[in-house]
Design a protein around this ligand. Structure first.
Ligand SMILES: Cc1cc2nc3c(=O)[nH]c(=O)nc-3n(C[C@H](O)[C@H](O)[C@H](O)COP(=O)(O)O)c2cc1C
Length: 191
């Protein structure tokens, strides 16, 4: 049987959403930094123009290490399902980014401008009080528009692994799907 793992992921993510799974809209993104140290963090995993996507800020130290390729995983407790992805990333067009960015809540929009006008994301600041003071006196034009460092990445999966913990006999089902010549090749792995 020829399974499309991306279609399966979408169907099962819908099921997790329908079950009010608080993890259904999230993923954990991993990369290796310039010192060859592993880095991970939670991001919102979006659906844009029929593709998986993430929004990040290019001032962040993660940007150079995720803008071309990275790995992420999801786990949905409601379904006892883990997915692991190896993806190639491509920039979202400025027009689509601007439209999606406009829908963000006010505070994250202003934070994007803070990274632009003051200090980059993930840099040090003296205190939270100083941060709030800088945030409060940001000189930005209204209505807010996406700053140059606001970025979106469209994700093209090269490898997808599905781990299903729901078997009655306790032996998990682990399937790996790899893109080979434009088609998905499926293999069973020892879980
Ligand atoms: C639930 C949740 C959702 C998040 N979504 C995003 C996101 O979509 N984009 C983003 O840049 N950071 C997001 N973050 C913050 C990141 O986890 C991280 O703290 C931030 O990107 C800075 O990471 P860095 O130092 O590796 O750049 C989210 C955090 C949480 C807890």
């Amino acid at each position: 049987m020829n399974v499309d793992p991306l279609a399966l992921f979408r169907t099962e993510r819908e099921a997790a959403r329908a079950a009010d799974d608080p993890m259904a809209h999230l993923c954990t993104v991993a990369n290796v930094d310039a010192d060859r140290q592993p880095q991970v963090r939670t991001l919102v995993l979006r659906d844009i123009e029929g593709q998986l996507a993430v929004f990040v800020n290019a001032s962040s130290p993660k940007w150079p290490h995720i803008q071309e390729r990275f790995a992420f995983c999801t786990y949905w407790p409601s379904l006892s399902l883990q997915y692991r992805f190896d993806v190639v990333a491509a920039p979202l067009s400025p027009e689509t980014l601007a439209a999606s960015w406009a829908l963000r809540p006010d505070a994250p929009k202003r934070m994007d401008w803070l990274y632009e006008l003051h200090d980059p994301q993930s840099s040090h600041i003296d205190s939270r009080e100083h941060l709030l003071e800088v945030f409060g006196r940001l000189a930005v034009d209204e209505p807010l528009r996406a700053p140059p460092n606001a970025r979106g990445l469209l994700l093209e999966p090269k490898q997808i692994e599905r781990l299903d913990l729901t078997q009655d006999n306790g032996v998990h089902d682990r399937q790996r799907f790899e893109q080979v010549d434009g088609a998905w090749q499926q293999r069973t792995l020892i879980p």
